[in-house]
Design a protein around this ligand. Structure first.
Ligand code: PMP
Length: 360
């Protein structure tokens, strides 16, 4: 079988066993005589898949009763809009920590709805670290919420300890949800497009504290109102049934791995292999992220010049490594080592990087 070493940033690797199971069930799902894609979203078979995905997420992330899980569409990008549309009300201010382009985009959307404030930013350092929040308490009790991006897919930085916040904390976890255990209680809302750690694109997972809904605006279009989806178990309209089915298989796989503590250990082992190849390269590979902000999901680095970068990408492609070019906005290289990227792929990449350095 010709499976590549897939280091794509998203859509990204999906566990092979999940793909094989989906293939096996594709034309006749649970003896229904049709695929999951052809079933009514009101059928008991689909409803079971939908609720199974919710209960697996609840189990894996230890989601308390105070929070509700939603399966929405529109990607993480629509959450940039829905969050301020629902919660930036009563002349309050939305506070942002800017740690990369995705937080900038979230901020730009919030500006359309109300007052915003940048609490901290690492833009002047080309987003090479997670910025420190200087003094959150001062005069910020008018805050509607504080927004962070837990993992910066493009720059390769990650929050390792979440900030304390006296106002609701909201996090874009698109590129590191399910990569480690979480204290959900700390967050009023978490959102993530599925296409990195959760499965294929098409579904966005939102975990929202019910209490936060008491603060919502009243004039919201039906489909953009969180209440609509909460009241209808994310079945107000047709959900992306195939994506949610795939999500349920990925979640089953995560349980089989032994849960999020084990997944975190695996992720640390994988990322360390590649960071070691960088750190032991005598400056041939330069990491973009500062050490204490390094991401376990997206490893970003540059080579001495454009020529070598091109050669590196070309030779890596010949050896079946895919997705190693850095994001077009920062260039260089990036290896995305999400949950489903196997240890062997990371071992092979570290080996390739070391051999390439020695030859060049
Ligand atoms: N936030 C982060 C951290 C991301 O990495 C991405 C996508 N790469 C997005 C938001 C946008 O997600 P989507 O394409 O699902 O709208």
């Amino acid at each position: 079988m010709n499976r590549t070493f897939n280091f794509n940033a998203g859509p990204a690797a999906i566990p092979l066993s999940v793909l094989e199971r989906a293939q096996k069930e594709l034309v006749n799902f649970q003896n229904t005589g049709m695929s999951i894609m052809e079933l009514s979203h009101r059928s008991k078979e689909y409803e079971r898949v939908h609720n199974h995905a919710k209960s697996l997420l609840t189990e894996l992330l230890a989601i308390p009763d105070t929070h509700e899980i939603l399966f929405l569409q529109g990607g993480a990008s629509l959450q940039f809009t829905m969050i301020p549309m629902n919660f930036l009300v009563n002349q309050k201010t939305a506070h942002f920590v800017l740690s990369g382009s995705w937080s900038e985009k979230a901020l730009a959307e919030a500006k359309l709805f109300g007052k915003t404030n940048v609490l901290a930013s690492s833009k002047s350092n080309n987003y090479s670290h997670i910025p420190q929040i200087a003094s959150f308490e001062d005069g910020q009790d008018d805050g509607a919420y504080m927004h962070i991006t837990s993992n910066n897919t493009i720059y390769g930085t990650q929050w390792h300890e979440y900030p304390d916040s006296s106002i609701p904390l909201i996090a874009d976890m698109s590129s590191d949800i399910l990569s480690k255990p979480l204290n959900i209680e700390k967050f009023s809302l978490i959102y993530a497009g599925a296409q990195k750690n959760l499965g294929p694109s098409g579904v966005t997972v939102v975990i929202v504290k019910k209490e936060l809904l008491a603060t919502t605006s009243s004039n919201i279009p039906t489909l953009l109102n969180y209440e609509t989806h909460i009241k209808n178990n994310s079945l107000y309209h047709t959900p992306p049934t195939f994506s949610i089915y795939m999500l349920s298989l990925v979640l089953e796989w995560a349980v089989e791995q032994g849960g999020l503590n084990i997944i975190q250990q695996n992720n640390e082992e994988k990322a360390n292999l590649i960071y070691s190849a960088i750190d032991e390269s005598d400056g041939f590979y330069t990491p973009h992220a500062e050490k204490n902000s390094r991401s376990l999901m997206n490893i970003t680095y540059t080579l001495p010049d454009e020529e070598l970068t091109k050669k590196f990408l070309q030779q890596s492609a010949e050896q079946h490594f895919v997705g190693l070019a850095g994001h077009r906005s920062i260039g260089g290289c990036r290896a995305s080592t999400y949950n489903a990227v196997p240890l062997e792929a990371c071992e092979a990449l570290a080996k390739f990087m070391t051999a390439f350095r020695k030859q060049n």
